[in-house]
Design a protein around this ligand. Structure first.
Ligand code: SF4
Length: 262
């Protein structure tokens, strides 16, 4: 029978192991080939992913994203559809004034503050950018109500830049799968940007959001319907794991399988 170790011996053994444990924690959980395969499958599943916020130009996209903080895309679309029909430029939006703009967006949470932000945003766009939306993160984040996430969405969707906006879904997937762990959205963004192959960066933001919204859900991930289940190393992975994807019917943006062509 082994003698119990003294406290001193146990402490020194723990000290010897600690650097190895820390090194293991720092080691990426996925190899390059696995990461590439994950994004390849997302690309097969949704070759042309689209955001779900309705807009008609870069300006209305910017307004929609500002309005969408802590609100659903569907709720924002319901309010902005009639709004953008009458105000699709900063000048027209300003001309509405606070009361009329408020009437359009009052079904959206935090609408009073958002109304003020949108009007201040329009003033700044006209004053500093001739009424155009700048395609530059620093310039965008200087605008009222525009943070890094909003700027990244606009740069990606309106200007085709390979930015990655970290919302609640992207943050959860980065940490849950251990693909891009981080304590803040900035850390998760940086971690994803380090691992995503360049050719997949343009659409990675949409793929991750749609995957989080419709499959890898916060409370109950639908692992049995997940196209990367055999690659996923999340502790929460549950249920039967489907065979690796060979032929996969493309999904529409809402996650439903497209009808096969007749
Ligand atoms: S297997 Fe489950 S936990 Fe892993 S990515 Fe898919 S849905 Fe999420």
């Amino acid at each position: 029978m082994q003698k119990p170790k003294s406290k001193v011996a146990a402490r020194s053994a723990a000290r010897a192991v600690a650097p190895r444990v820390r090194a293991a924690a720092r080691r990426p959980r996925y190899g390059q080939a696995e990461v590439r395969e994950i994004f390849r499958r997302f690309a097969v599943q949704r070759p042309e992913p689209k955001g779900e916020l309705e807009h008609v130009n870069a300006f209305t996209l910017l307004v929609a994203v500002v309005l969408s903080a802590q609100a659903t895309d569907a709720g924002v679309n319901k309010a902005t559809r009639p709004l953008f029909a009458v105000a699709d430029t900063p000048q027209k939006m300003l001309a509405l004034g606070e009361a009329r703009l408020g009437d359009y967006v009052k079904t959206i949470g935090l609408w009073r503050n958002k109304t003020k932000n949108v009007l201040a945003l329009c003033e700044a766009l006209i004053r500093d950018h001739g009424g155009a939306v700048p395609a530059d993160r620093d310039a965008l984040t200087k605008l009222p109500g525009v943070g890094r996430k909003t700027a990244n969405v606009v740069l990606n969707i309106a200007f085709g830049q390979p930015t990655l906006a970290v919302d609640t879904h992207v943050f959860r997937i980065g940490n849950r799968l251990g693909l891009a762990p981080g304590k803040t959205p900035e850390e998760v963004e940086a971690a994803f940007l380090r691992i995503i192959p360049a050719e997949y960066l343009r659409h990675a933001h949409h793929w991750l959001i749609l995957h989080g919204r419709y499959v890898c859900k916060a409370r109950k991930p639908e692992c049995a319907a997940c196209v990367i289940a055999d690659l996923c190393k999340a502790a929460e992975k549950t249920g039967a794991i489907p065979a690796p994807l060979v032929e996969l019917a493309p999904l529409s943006a809402d996650g439903a399988a497209d009808e096969p062509a007749s």
